[in-house]
Design a binder for this molecule. Structure first.
Ligand SMILES: Cc1ncc(COP(=O)(O)O)c(C=O)c1O
Length: 397
C-alpha cells in the first residue's frame, strides 16, 4: 500500500514489533494447549499465568485470578453486562448504562431489556460527561448494575468513574466500566476507580486484534457467557490464546513504560491539530471542548455544512485515514449516537470528524492533514446549499 497518514488510532493500532516478537514463540514452537498435562501444555499454562500476573499488576488487581482473558472488548462488555446482571441466577432487576456507550454495551443492555430486566440509558451532559448527581437520580431500589465507560471512543472525554462507582455502590449495585480506550493511555487502577468489573481490548494498545480481558473483582458473582471446557477458572471457556495473552501483556507493559513521555507528546500534537483545524476553518468546533478530563489522542470536530462521509472519502483519496464516528458504526449513515447524546443537533452531527493520534503520529502528519482538509472542506462547502444557509444565519447573528 502507498504511504498512508494514519489518524484513526482509536479504531485500531498496528501491532508493535516488540509485541510481535513476544507473540511469535507461541505461534511457532511453544504451541501447546494450556490445559494439556505434558510439558508443552505446562509451558503454555505458565505463559498464560505469567501474562495474567503482569496485566493484574498493571491494573492494580489484588489477585491475578481477577483477570479473565477474552477475545476482546466486545466479548468483555457482553460478558460483564449479561453475566453480572444474571449472576447468581437473577432474572430481573434494573440496569443503568450511559447513552453514549459503545454498541458492545448498548446491545447487550437492549438484550437484557427484552429478557426480564428494566434498562435506563442515562444521558451525558453537553460537556461529554456523566454526572454523579444524574446517576444518583436514576438509581432505583432494584438497580443491580451500572455500566459507564471510562473514556469515550468518539469524543475522548474521561468519566468521573470513582464518583459514579460510589453512587452505584451506595445503592447496592455493581459497577462496570468499559476501559477499551483508556487502558495504557491514562493511569488505571481498579481500587482507585472502585470498579467491580472492567473491559479491555488489546488492539487499541498496539497488541493483536481478537484479544482482551475482563477484570472481575474477587467475590463478584457473574454467570459465564462462554460455556464449554471450563477454562479461565470456569468463567470463559475456549482454548486459551497464549500468543494473544503474551502480546497483550507486552503491549500493556510498553504503554505503561512509555506513558509519561507519550502523553505530553500526544497532547501537544492534538493541540496543534485543534488549533490548525479551528484556526483555518470557520464554523467549526471541537466537541466537548470545555472538558479538561480527556484522552490525549482523540479530537472530534463538527465541521458545519459538510457530510463527514464526503470528507472521509476525499481525505482517503489523499492517503489519510480518519473516521466520522466510531469505526464500528461507519457503514451506516446514521449520525453518531454519541454526538446526539451530548446534544449535538442532527444536521451538525452528520458533519463530524474523529481524528485520533498514536505512537507513530508526527507533526508532519498533523500539518499534512490540516493542509489537506482545508481545500476539501472549502470545495464541499462551495457546493452545499446547507452551508450557504448556515453561513447566512450565522452572519445574521
Ligand atoms: C469503547 C470501546 N468498547 C469496546 C470496543 C470493542 O472492542 P473490540 O474491538 O476489542 O471488540 C471498542 C472498539 O471499537 C471501543 O472503542
Amino acid at each position: 500500500m502507498d504511504h498512508i497518514v494514519y489518524l484513526d488510532y482509536a479504531a485500531t493500532t498496528p501491532v508493535d514489533e516488540r509485541v510481535l516478537d513476544a507473540m511469535m514463540p507461541f505461534l511457532r514452537e511453544r504451541y501447546g494447549n494450556a490445559n494439556s498435562l505434558y510439558a508443552l501444555g505446562r509451558d503454555a499454562y505458565k505463559a498464560m499465568e505469567d501474562a495474567r500476573e503482569r496485566v493484574a499488576a498493571s491494573i492494580g488487581a489484588s489477585h491475578p485470578g481477577e483477570v479473565i482473558f477474552t477475545s476482546g472488548g466486545t466479548e468483555s462488555d457482553n460478558t460483564a453486562l449479561i453475566g453480572l446482571a444474571t449472576g447468581g441466577g437473577r432474572s430481573s432487576g434494573h440496569v443503568i448504562v450511559s447513552a453514549f456507550e459503545h454498541h458492545a454495551v448498548l446491545e447487550p443492555a437492549e438484550w437484557l431489556s427484552k429478557h426480564g430486566f428494566d434498562v435506563t440509558e442515562l444521558g451525558p451532559r453537553p460537556d461529554g460527561l456523566i454526572h454523579a448527581e444524574d446517576l444518583k437520580a436514576a438509581m432505583r431500589e432494584d438497580t443491580v448494575l451500572v455500566s459507564v465507560m471510562h473514556g469515550n471512543n468518539e469524543i475522548g472525554t474521561i468519566q468521573p468513574i470513582r464518583e459514579l462507582a460510589d453512587v452505584a455502590h451506595a445503592g447496592g449495585a455493581l459497577f462496570h466500566t468499559d476501559a477499551a480506550q483508556t487502558l495504557g493511555k491514562v493511569d488505571f487502577d481498579v481500587d482507585e476507580l472502585g470498579v467491580d468489573a472492567a473491559s479491555f481490548s488489546s488492539h487499541k494498545i498496539y497488541g493483536p486484534k481478537g484479544f482482551g480481558a475482563l477484570y472481575l473483582r474477587k467475590g463478584t458473582r457473574m454467570a459465564p457467557y462462554m460455556m464449554g471446557g471450563g477454562q479461565e477458572s470456569r468463567r470463559r471457556s475456549g482454548t486459551q490464546n497464549t500468543a494473544g495473552a503474551a502480546g497483550f501483556a507486552k503491549a500493556l507493559e510498553i504503554m505503561d513504560a512509555e506513558r509519561a513521555a507519550e502523553t505530553p507528546r500526544l497532547t501537544a500534537l492534538r493541540d496543534r491539530l485543534v488549533e490548525g483545524v479551528l484556526g483555518r476553518l470557520e464554523l467549526t468546533s471541537l466537541n466537548a471542548a470545555e472538558t479538561d478530563t480527556r484522552l490525549p489522542h482523540i479530537a472530534n470536530f463538527i465541521i458545519k455544512g459538510v457530510e463527514g462521509e464526503a470528507m472521509l472519502l476525499h481525505l482517503d483519496a489523499k492517503g489519510i485515514a480518519i473516521s466520522t464516528g466510531s469505526a464500528c458504526s461507519s457503514g451506516s449513515l446514521k449520525p453518531s449516537h454519541v454526538l446526539l447524546a451530548i446534544g449535538c443537533p442532527q444536521e451538525f452531527a452528520h458533519g463530524s470528524l474523529r481524528v485520533s493520534l498514536g505512537r507513530y503520529t508526527t507533526e508532519e502528519d498533523i500539518d499534512f492533514f490540516v493542509e489537506s482538509l482545508v481545500p476539501v472542506v472549502e470545495r464541499l462547502r462551495s457546493m452545499s446549499p446547507l452551508y450557504a444557509k448556515i453561513k447566512a444565519a450565522h452572519e445574521a447573528g
